[in-house]
Design a protein around this ligand. Sequence first.
Ligand SMILES: C[S@@+](CC[C@H](N)C(=O)[O-])C[C@H]1O[C@@H](n2cnc3c(N)ncnc32)[C@H](O)[C@@H]1O
Length: 204
Amino acid sequence: MSKFKMVPKNGHRIQGFSSESFIDAKNLLESLKLKDEDVFIDLGCGDGHVAIEAVKMLNDDSTVIAIDVYKPSIEDLQNYVNNENISNLIPILADFTDGTDLDSDFADMILLLNVYHHFNGTGKINETIEEIKRILKRGGRVCVMDYKKQKVKHGGPKYEMRISGDEIIERFLSKGFELKCYNDNAGETIPEGKSHYLLIFENK
Ligand SMILES: C[S@@+](CC[C@H](N)C(=O)[O-])C[C@H]1O[C@@H](n2cnc3c(N)ncnc32)[C@H](O)[C@@H]1O
């Protein structure tokens, strides 16, 4: 990955890497089939490129919440919201693994794009999935898109940090979710094949 690719186009500060250079946020959001009035949460939003695209795609009746633990990312997104006068994009600074003040039964869709492997490393993954479940409406969905557990020559987290799709499925099923989609060929094309899997679960 070139140094150039590490700087998000929107110039926002980010801890780690933005997926903006290799994940088409518009295509991803279209595949999630959001509705205009939905509450959509971009969890671990980083530079906010997906949350910003969501606000462009959905109408003003929607609510887009962008959560990140890294203060500079949230400050930059808040400045963007203020400058663009956007009423339905709410940046929130929080360590999600510690829980949140968000209402229960509130969100229609929560996206974890290249974030699950960070949560997994905290040793608080069960509590984190329980918090996702608490916030989601009954019938609400969570999408986990992350790096496949494979050894690659370039890019992405170390092999040891990567979590297989099957392991995530087992964990979400044990928390009362139903698997709705398992795409094992997502993300960018790399010499080893495809970079990501994409999972969608429904809160039962
Ligand atoms: C690899 S970046 C991905 C950013 C963005 N989702 C994307 O795909 O461009 C991971 C992000 O997760 C955030 N993050 C990691 N642990 C977190 C936590 N406990 N609570 C909230 N955000 C967290 C990081 O600050 C970082 O912005």
